[in-house]
Write a protein that binds this ligand. Structure first.
Ligand code: ATP
Length: 249
């Protein structure tokens, strides 16, 4: 039986790109007897099971905790039986991009102390409710400095570094936007017209950090600012480094 799914506390960090493309991943699947599915549960949010019978639009599901439930087929979501046991670091790698699949992936990673997960160029951070100094030390900042987006594990420093190096800016209410370049490749002007190194053009960039109260927006923003201050240089003025000055604001 899969452990119960919980709605994790977390924040979402996005960088918006003018030429971003929408992420759409078809989740349409033929639900038949034998299909492994997620079904809504009042206590666990989502619970997995297998369809045992279908009558019209109603399906009977035997859940892995031994219950038998009946639900409308339209309320069932297919399970990704091929997803790796440790989850995926980018939700676009899931076969099905739906709520139970996303929550299941975040939960698996959270249990492995992996609090960051990408969905394309969006970073999802789950509040660890504990200090994780090794995630934010000088060595980590050094690692993410200049690293092509997607090359290293998902991290708030990767978002900060990318926004430091790249321009562009477009804020929209759309849900999910992807970087228009191939993961692992260095994003550069030759691949994406309009993207210029922010430092070369001196233009502003913005990063959106969203989440409910207590999700970790302030902590995440502090890490973003710390990294940007580190990237911007450490020249001291009046005895204080750039990092100290930024973090004191
Ligand atoms: N990355 C993290 N590492 C360690 N602890 C964290 C992290 N993110 C959040 N927390 C913990 O969660 C608490 C709440 O986080 P935070 O203040 O950032 O939330 P918030 O989203 O800004 O809340 P509000 O909207 O109410 O101001 C922090 O005081 C801290 O204890």
């Amino acid at each position: 039986m899969s452990p119960p799914l919980v709605y994790p506390f977390g924040v979402i960090v996005r960088i918006y790109f003018r030429d971003g493309v929408y992420l759409s991943k078809a989740t349409a699947v033929n639900i038949v007897v034998g299909t492994h599915v997620w079904v809504e549960d009042t206590t666990e949010a989502w619970i997995d099971g297998q369809v045992t019978q279908i009558k019209g639009q109603e399906a009977e599901i035997k859940t892995t905790d031994g219950k038998t439930v009946v639900a409308n087929i339209s309320k069932l979501y297919p399970m990704d039986l091929e997803a790796p046991a440790g989850g995926v670091d980018d939700m676009t790698k899931l076969s099905y991009l739906h709520e139970p699949g996303v929550l299941q992936n975040l939960r698996i990673r959270y249990e492995l102390n992996e609090i960051y997960t990408y969905t394309g160029n969006i970073l999802i951070a789950i509040n660890p409710f504990q200090k994780l100094p090794h995630l934010y030390d000088a060595h980590m900042m050094q690692q993410y400095k200049g690293a092509p987006f997607g090359e290293l594990s998902p991290h708030v420093f990767a978002i900060a570094d990318t926004s430091y190096r790249l321009l562009p800016i477009y804020v929209t209410a759309s849900n999910i936007i992807l970087f228009p370049w191939t993961r692992g490749c260095s994003p550069c002007g030759c691949m994406f017209n309009g993207v210029r190194a922010m430092m070369h053009e001196g233009k502003s960039n913005s990063i959106l950090v969203s989440g409910e109260s207590g999700a970790g927006k302030t902590e995440t923003t502090k890490m973003l600012m710390r990294f940007l201050a580190y990237r911007g240089g450490r020249k001291a003025t009046e005895g204080r480094t750039v990092e100290q000055q930024v973090l004191e604001v």
